[in-house]
Design a protein around this ligand. Structure first.
Ligand code: ADP
Length: 319
């Protein structure tokens, strides 16, 4: 392989830059030229492509966001869009592609492989919702951001003896809520993967109050419902002086944690090695602290499962 392309696609995540850096520098060290593609599949089709050198990825390992920008481009689901993308790849002589993104971005990568262009996916999303990987790039940073916010909210919740409902990201997955909930010492964690009973939660808050714990922290995954809706339901069972906080996009930003930088560096280098060996249509993961890869079709057939032991642990610790 002489020329490799790299792009970020879909929702951005801290650590994407560290992954771009790893891909670029590993490829250059193997004598492979690297081309950066701006704005994901939109930039690919538009030919927004440039040659990258070592120095282009200098000073980015510590930066959140993505230097290659990201975009949503639904047109890439159509064959016409895919063929236009391939035309551009041909024009630049790019033989294979690393796509850093989530599930949607993987579909695009698989389509390219089906058209004869090897593409490998790296899991870049704060949601941790990709099968066959214990962690995605950006998840650890997002969890740390949420924990910092919970700590701050705890101060004010304690001063005013209030109940706080903190809505966190994760799309359909409860991973951020589970990890941040345990790390932040939440009284309740509400995730899409576990049923909950609002009346029991209200009773639990009342029991805690009776035992002297006057403030309550509830971490709510956005995939369940919005904080407003949750508080409305809760207030039907008593006056909890509840306040909602929607953390929103702060969770997507910030300097990546050391763990995310290391994960991105390992995965980025591995992706280049696999493409260099002629693999495509695969996604990289880390399972039990080992780098792994699986066919994208296997990924689409399976569902990510969060570590629900965290839910049980929290139940016993919050009592
Ligand atoms: P994420 O990668 O974070 O899941 P999206 O689902 O928005 O984010 O997907 C990112 C991009 O990947 C889309 O805007 C589109 O360009 C491309 N994509 C998504 N689904 C498909 C598909 N079925 N076939 C081809 N390309 C797709």
């Amino acid at each position: 392989m002489k020329r490799l392309g790299v792009m970020t696609s879909g929702g951005d995540a801290p650590g994407m830059n560290a992954a771009i850096r790893a891909v670029t520098r590993r490829a250059l060290s193997l004598g492979i030229e690297v081309y950066g593609i701006n704005y994901g599949y939109a930039g690919l089709v538009a030919g927004d492509i440039f040659k990258m050198e070592r120095s282009d990825v200098g000073d980015i390992i510590n930066r959140g966001g993505t230097m290659l920008y990201s975009a949503r481009y639904p047109e890439f689901a159509q064959k016409e869009g895919q063929l236009k993308g391939i035309e551009q790849l041909n024009k630049f002589g790019i033989e294979a592609l690393v796509v850093i993104g989530g599930d949607g971005s993987y579909h695009g990568a698989l389509r390219l492989t089906e058209h004869g262009y090897n593409a490998v996916g790296l899991p870049g999303t704060i949601d941790n919702d990709i099968p066959y990987t214990d962690y995605t790039i950006g998840f650890d940073t997002a969890v740390n951001t949420v924990v910092e916010s919970i700590d701050k909210i705890r101060d004010t919740a304690a001063s005013h003896e209030r109940t706080f409902v903190i809505e966190v990201m994760g799309r359909g997955a409860g991973d951020i809520a589970l990890w941040a909930g345990v790390a932040g010492g939440a009284d309740e964690i509400i995730v899409p993967e576990k049923e909950f009973n609002i009346e029991k939660i209200a009773q639990n808050i009342q029991d805690l109050r009776a035992r002297g714990k006057k403030h309550t922290i509830i971490v709510l995954a956005e995939g369940v419902m919005h904080a407003d809706e949750f508080m409305e339901q809760l207030e039907q069972y008593g006056d909890f002086d509840a306040r909602g906080t929607v953390l929103g996009h702060v969770q997507r930003g910030g300097s990546p944690s050391a763990k995310d930088r290391v994960l991105a560096s390992k995965m980025g280098a591995y992706a280049v090695d696999l493409l260099n060996e002629g693999h495509g249509g695969i996604a990289i993961g880390t399972e039990n602290n080992k780098l792994t890869y699986h066919g994208m079709l296997d990924l689409f057939d399976s569902k990510h499962k969060p570590d629900l032991s965290l839910y049980d642990i929290n139940k016993s610790l919050a009592k």
